[in-house]
Design a protein around this ligand. Structure first.
Ligand SMILES: Cc1cc2nc3c(=O)[nH]c(=O)nc-3n(C[C@H](O)[C@H](O)[C@H](O)COP(=O)(O)O)c2cc1C
Length: 152
C-alpha cells in the first residue's frame, strides 16, 4: 500500500498549517523537523543569523537525525522560503536521509519572492528521487490552492 509522509520545518507557523492541511487531505504521517538550537523568535535576528549560517556554508544540527523513511513512497516536503530556497533545517534533513526511489513533492511558503531556486536545490539534495515541481504560495496560501495541488 502506498504511504506518504509530510515532512516540514516552520519558523512562523505557515508551513505547519500547510503541512497539517496536506496530512488531513492525504492521510499522511506528519514529521516536524526542528533545529537543535532554535532560530531567534525575533524576525530580524533570525534573518541575520540564518544569513550568516548560509554565508558560512553551514547547516543546523537537528533535534533528530535517525529518520526512518523506509515505509514511505511519497514525501511531501514543506518549508518557508529563506533567501530564495528551502530553509536550512530542511536542507539539513535532506542531507541526513536517503530518499532514493521515492516521490518528493516540495511545498513552500514565501513572503512575495516566489520559490526561487527551490526546485533545483531540492533535486540536487535528492539525486535518486522523482522530485516534482514545488507548490509555492504566498504566506501560507489558501486551503483551495493546497487542495488543488494535492489532488492534481
Ligand atoms: C530567514 C528568513 C529568510 C527569508 N527569506 C525570504 C525570501 O528570500 N523570499 C521571500 O519571499 N520570503 C522570505 N522570507 C519570508 C518567509 O518565507 C515567509 O514569511 C513564509 O511564509 C514563512 O513561513 P513559516 O511561517 O512557515 O516560517 C524569509 C523569512 C525568514 C525568517
Amino acid at each position: 500500500m502506498s504511504k506518504s509522509a509530510v515532512v516540514f520545518y516552520t519558523w512562523g507557523g505557515q508551513a505547519k498549517t500547510m503541512a497539517e492541511e496536506i496530512a488531513k487531505l492525504t492521510g499522511a504521517d506528519i514529521i516536524e523537523v526542528k533545529p537543535k538550537t532554535p532560530y531567534s523568535d525575533n524576525y530580524s535576528t533570525c534573518v541575520k543569523d540564518a544569513k550568516k549560517e548560509m554565508d558560512e556554508g553551514k547547516l543546523p544540527e537537528l533535534t533528530e537525525t535517525d529518520f526512518d523513511m523506509s515505509a514511505y513512497d511519497t514525501v511531501y516536503l514543506g518549508s518557508p522560503i529563506w533567501f530564495g530556497t528551502i530553509a536550512a533545517p530542511i536542507a539539513a534533513f535532506l542531507t541526513e536521509v536517503d530518499l532514493t526511489g521515492k516521490i518528493v513533492k516540495p511545498f513552500v511558503t514565501h513572503g512575495g519572492g516566489g520559490k526561487g531556486h527551490t526546485d533545483k536545490d531540492v533535486a540536487a539534495l535528492c539525486p535518486g528521487s522523482d522530485v516534482k515541481p514545488a507548490l509555492a504560495v504566498y504566506e501560507g496560501g489558501k486551503k483551495e490552492e493546497i487542495e488543488a495541488w494535492v489532488r492534481a
